[in-house]
Design a protein around this ligand. Structure first.
Ligand code: UTP
Length: 290
């Protein structure tokens, strides 16, 4: 098996029902936080972690994703002739990145979406990024996870502690600490609050090994009637160890309206052009809120 992680899968074929009607005819992954769509944050995070090959899983109404990562000659010419060099640089910076697009014909679940990439991954480890889990862009999470993968030669999944009354919205693990990381003993998708084995939730960053594909191919639908990646990982656990890495930076569930608004505020506060004006506005607003 090739050891180096070069490929990243970006599933973007979900229906985005929590964001309707915005996601009726356009993809959730194209919703912008400040000035960049969610999926561009994910692609830039992967580039910063040294990934070289990008596989985007798309579905119905997702064509704008392909257009977004395509060159835009007319626009580029216009920006060049009007001397808007900074904007030009910004829109050209991903022009050399090559993307493969795979269509998931029916949104049968995250596990199924990842399984669709199987013919393109061969016998290599790969990363998965869920664009709607927005992680602070300055935090090299995938690199940290890759280090663990290289050391342990085992899949690594990102974890975050969540409030106990929210465990039913996540995949939850049972595990014990081995130094700084968790050795996973069990995983369960969207457990009831009473039955959850912990409050350690699986977050949308994974480093996986290709043996997951065979499991995904034979998986039956789980929670919510979907083919769940968590169920495949549970089966994989019978064959090999899996590790969990507790993330340190901020993470926002941008697939959820409140999480999306929080991400927008926090990233805008980090933006040089916006921070002053926004701070002023927030302080004024906070004073007026009863
Ligand atoms: P979510 O669980 O957020 O589902 O998917 P969703 O359909 O996008 O949104 P809601 O829950 O209906 O609001 C997590 C990730 O997995 C992808 C999504 O695009 C998102 O990046 N996904 C999910 C697929 O690619 N295919 C699927 O069948 C399901």
């Amino acid at each position: 098996m090739e050891k180096r992680i070069k490929k990243v899968i970006l599933p973007a074929a979900g229906l985005g029902t929590r964001f309707l009607p915005a996601t009726k005819a356009s993809p959730k992954e194209m919703l912008p936080i400040v000035d960049k769509p969610l999926i561009q944050y994910a692609v830039e995070e992967a580039i910063n972690a040294g990934m070289e090959e990008f596989i985007i899983i798309t579905g119905k109404n997702k064509r704008t994703i392909e257009d977004h990562f395509d060159a835009a000659y007319r626009l580029e010419e216009k920006l060049k002739s009007s001397g808007k060099d900074k904007l030009l640089e910004e829109i050209q910076k991903l022009n050399d990145v090559h993307f493969a697009y795979i269509r998931q014909k029916t949104a049968l679940g995250l596990g199924h979406a990842i399984g669709c990439a199987s013919p393109f991954v061969n016998n290599e480890p790969f990363a998965v990024i869920l664009s709607d889990d927005v992680i602070d862009p300055e935090y090299p999470l995938l690199e940290e996870m890759a280090k663990i993968f290289y050391e342990k030669d085992a899949p690594v999944i990102a974890l975050q502690e969540v409030p106990k009354n929210e465990v039913n919205r996540y995949g939850i693990i049972k595990g014990f600490k081995e130094g700084d990381i968790y050795r996973i003993e069990d995983l369960v998708e969207k457990p009831s609050i009473q039955k959850a084995p912990s409050n350690l939730a699986i977050i949308g960053r994974y480093i996986l090994t290709p043996d997951i594909f065979q499991i995904l191919q034979n998986l039956t639908p789980g929670a919510g009637g979907e083919i769940q990646l968590t169920d495949a990982l549970k089966k994989l656990l019978k064959k090999r160890p899996i590790y969990g890495y507790l993330i340190k930076g901020e993470r926002y569930d941008a697939g959820d309206k409140l999480g999306f608004i929080k991400a927008t505020i926090d990233l805008a506060l980090k933006n040089n052009e916006l921070s002053e004006g926004l701070k002023e506005y927030i302080i004024k607003k906070a004073r007026s809120i009863k």
